[in-house]
Design a binder for this molecule. Structure first.
Ligand code: WQD
Length: 346
């Protein structure tokens, strides 16, 4: 029996596949490589010494997806495949709804047809919208402020309806806070295409000289130092949270949401200071205006995952910085040796 990992070649996916293999699971990976590279999967095989079947397939290709269920005995699905750039989703909503929602519908319809009723879904803290109180727990009101967030919210509701229609389903909705860092080997990591939107890859590219300076979006938030506060979680902790959720959906039915965060918020400035302390690199930065759509403070109450999944994040901010830096230094062009260095274009 195998676990099907959709989006398994991506940043979260590759780290999750590695943990699954190391825990003894048989996996099957499907990814259309729109936002990822086969190289990450080659390295997962190298790091674990284990092999697995990979299908370069789009979830929207129902025929090709059905072949996966025909050819493999799938016992559960970890569903990570989806577009995830907030800004892009505002510019291209139809692309996001089609890819994320329709892709999920095709997957769930096939799961139903093949009586595979255990799924772990990659949701996001973005479903809490512009929550103005912290720490955030799973019973907080849900809303979305962009198409990307609305796809996550809609998929959570689709899965809730699915369980209501058939109580044999086992569904875990994992609400990620801010995943950063990389596998300690320096062989797996975050490989954004073009200029990074997210904070940590931007910092590491400034540190290595790819980018000239970090723009800190807003210094007038009601926080310790005025800069935005987020709940950063090491990607390996996040991956291990998927294994605990998988154990749950393989052992009991129901539909439950879980925050995957540390329960600790750090400001942008605290992150910069931690990064400089751990790596000895200097980060040039400039305070600029707030980024539209940003909230000031966001961090989780992760106690439900501790109680019900037996999962608690273990890695601290310094290890997140250390591992992110090692990945950057070892892989200046990410997974793609042909990728032009931004430095050349500055
Ligand atoms: C973190 C903090 C910024 C970049 C996003 C998505 C969310 C999830 C994770 C998918 C904020 C500040 C950032 C920069 C900065 N993605 N910042 N300069 O916005 O919390 O969450 O990524 O699931 O859905 O919304 O993450 O890393 O972009 O920002 O000052 O160049 O760093 O203002 O305070 P965010 P982020």
């Amino acid at each position: 029996m195998a676990v099907l990992v959709t989006g398994g070649a991506g940043y979260i996916g590759s780290h999750t596949c590695l943990e699954l293999l190391n825990a003894g699971y048989e996996i099957v990976v499907v990814d259309n490589l729109a936002n990822s590279s086969m190289e990450s999967l080659r390295r997962v095989k190298e790091l674990t010494g284990k092999d697995f079947t990979f299908y370069e397939t789009d979830l929207l290709d129902r025929e090709a997806m059905e072949i996966i269920f025909e050819q493999n005995e799938i016992e559960a699905v970890i569903h990570l495949a989806g577009f995830k750039a907030v800004g892009e989703s505002v510019r291209l909503p139809l692309r996001y709804y089609h890819n994320n929602i329709t892709g999920t519908l095709v997957l769930c319809q096939l799961m139903q047809e093949y009586a595979v009723k255990a799924i772990v879904f990659s949701s996001s803290a973005t479903v809490y919208g512009m929550s103005d109180s912290v720490p955030i727990s799973e019973d907080f009101p849900l809303s979305a402020t962009n198409a990307y967030g609305r796809t996550k919210l809609m998929i959570e509701e689709i899965m809730t309806d699915l369980y209501a229609s058939d109580r044999e389903w086992s569904i875990a909705l994992l609400r990620y806070f801010n995943p950063i860092g990389a596998h300690s080997s320096g062989k797996l990591g975050e490989d954004p295409s073009g200029k990074p939107n997210n904070l940590m890859p931007y910092i590491t590219q400034v540190a290595v000289g790819e980018l000239t300076e970090l723009h800190i979006y807003g210094s007038d938030y009601p926080t310790l130092d005025g800069t935005g506060v987020r709940d950063y979680i090491h990607v390996v902790d996040l991956a291990r949270g998927h294994l605990k959720a998988l154990e749950k959906v393989l052992s009991s039915t129901g539909v439950e949401a879980y925050n995957l965060g540390t329960g600790r918020g750090y400001s942008v400035m605290e992150m910069v200071i931690s990064f400089e302390k751990v790596t000895g690199q200097h980060i040039t930065y400039r305070m600029t205006d707030r980024r539209p759509g940003d909230i000031g403070i966001c961090y989780s109450d992760p106690s439900k995952a501790a109680r019900e999944l037996g999962w608690v994040a273990q890695k601290g901010i310094e290890e997140m910085c250390e591992d992110a830096w090692r990945w950057q230094v070892n892989n200046p062009q990410g997974y793609n040796k042909e990728k032009p260095l931004l430095r050349a274009g500055i």
